[in-house]
Design a protein around this ligand. Structure first.
Ligand SMILES: *[C@@H]1O[C@H](CO)[C@@H](O)[C@H](O)[C@H]1NC(C)=O
Ligand SMILES: *[C@@H]1O[C@H](CO)[C@@H](O)[C@H](O)[C@H]1NC(C)=O
Ligand SMILES: *[C@@H]1O[C@H](CO)[C@@H](O)[C@H](O)[C@H]1NC(C)=O
Ligand SMILES: *[C@@H]1O[C@H](CO)[C@@H](O)[C@H](O)[C@H]1NC(C)=O
Length: 374
């Protein structure tokens, strides 16, 4: 008994003396805020209770100068973002995400290909982060196109981390956070140009990566319905469980992996309204601009059309159908199912795309509760 107590006491001592790493292991409950949703979801209306980190999406890099380009309107929005969140809860960290799905990936490749252009970019990002009172920087380069560009990305991460360490030292301020939004898997195994993220550079230089575990199916294949963010897929490796496990195998520590969760659905038009499972024949996209509905719109669509909601255990996803319309999405139940998976994998947390799309904070709240204090 006595030796057992000594072991426990020893463990407690070890935990106390490694205090810093415990603090840095705190769960991440993040979300991106698309600045174009400001008209209905201004930053001051974000319920900060459910988040630890909020990302402003997006700032663009000028493809000629490699500096961040901020219009007067964006400058106002960015200030409102940091001020609005700070006012609601100063503990919540704000970051700015650079790039995004619609950004110029050639320009990122060019910037990352040489040391002088990397430096111009890096210095510009640090200056912007400090000017607007942000806590960190995020790169959403979609996507490095080949192994060469992945090697440039590794150099960029190395020099960027060096720059923010140096800046923190000289300014005597807490170091800026550095994160990246990445593909759901560390390898682009579906592409004609196979390539992998630089997992060592991620491990040593980034605080964490946000794996975009969604958009597996969509308007680019209208032949059949699909769970666009399936946790499991018995027939393929295109799933969140595969992606997260592959990231862990790649050597990125679990403490630096954050799982993406969609607050939107993807829609199809059914070929036969009576055949409405996952993988049912379809003839086009369903409701929503380019076949996308925010979670709020899914809820509205369901009540306006008396839709039938089905939870699918196999994929851990939710879908609804009404007439010939079909929507694959995540509700609170499938979101919580994915969070339980993430907890079993001991990863750091989750993020939503996007904070503005929730319905009365329903999913944000239940996700936060499900994660608890893991
Ligand atoms: C900037 O904001 C003003 C006021 O909201 C608006 O009238 C104007 O169209 C915006 N400019 C751009 C380029 O979006
Ligand atoms: C994208 O970036 C490249 C390289 O900087 C540039 O040549 C091209 O004009 C840019 N394209 C657009 C649409 O801005
Ligand atoms: C999934 O990936 C593993 C290796 O990571 C491979 O062995 C397996 O064949 C793949 N499965 C499918 C269905 O492609
Ligand atoms: C809604 O659908 C259910 C079956 O899913 C049906 O029993 C009910 O009558 C429908 N209600 C309306 C108002 O159409």
């Amino acid at each position: 008994m006595a030796s057992w107590r000594r072991v426990v006491f020893g463990l407690i001592l070890v935990l106390c003396f490694s205090g810093e790493s415990i603090v840095s292991m705190a769960a991440i409950k993040a979300a991106y805020w698309p600045s174009w949703t400001n008209s209905y979801r201004p930053p001051s209306s974000i319920d900060t209770n459910y988040f630890t980190h909020l990302y402003y999406a997006f700032l663009e890099m000028d493809p000629l100068t490699f500096k961040l380009r901020i219009s007067p309107n964006e400058s106002v929005l960015l200030s409102e973002f940091t001020a609005g969140i700070k006012q609601r809860d100063p503990r919540v960290k704000t970051l700015v995400s650079i790039g995004g799905g619609g950004s110029n990936s050639t320009a990122f490749a060019l910037m990352a290909s040489s040391k002088p252009s990397r430096k111009i970019f890096i210095d510009s990002t640090v200056e912007v982060a400090r000017k607007f009172g942000l806590h960190g920087l995020d790169l959403d380069w979609e996507f490095p196109a080949n192994p060469n560009e992945m090697a440039s990305l590794a150099k960029l991460f190395f020099e960027w981390r060096g720059a923010i360490e140096a800046e923190a030292y000289s300014s005597r301020r807490p170091r800026l956070l550095l994160t990246a939004a990445v593909y759901f898997s560390p390898k682009f195994f579906l592409s004609d140009t196979p390539r992998s993220y630089p997992s060592k550079a991620i491990k040593y230089h980034l605080d964490w990566v946000n794996a975009m575990c969604f958009d597996y199916r969509g308007s680019w294949d209208t032949s059949k319905t699909g769970a666009h963010a399936a946790l499991y897929d018995p027939k393929s490796n295109i799933s969140t469980s595969y992606g997260i496990d592959a990231w862990v195998r790649s050597g990125v520590p679990q403490s630096k992996l954050v799982m993406g969760l969609p607050l939107y659905g993807r829609t199809w038009k059914l070929k036969d309204p009576n055949v409405h499972g996952i993988g049912a024949p379809a003839v086009g996209v369903g409701p929503g601009d380019t076949g996308v509905l925010t979670y709020t719109e899914v809820v509205q669509f369901k009540s306006a059309n008396n839709g039938t909601v089905v939870y699918d255990r196999t994929t851990v996803s939710t879908y609804l159908y009404a007439g010939d319309s079909w929507v694959g999405y995540d509700d609170a139940q499938s979101t919580v199912g994915k969070i339980r998976f993430a907890i079993t994998r001991h990863i750091r947390g989750y993020f939503f795309w996007a904070v503005s799309y929730d319905q009365d904070w329903e999913i944000s709240r239940q996700a936060s509760e499900a994660w608890g204090h893991h």
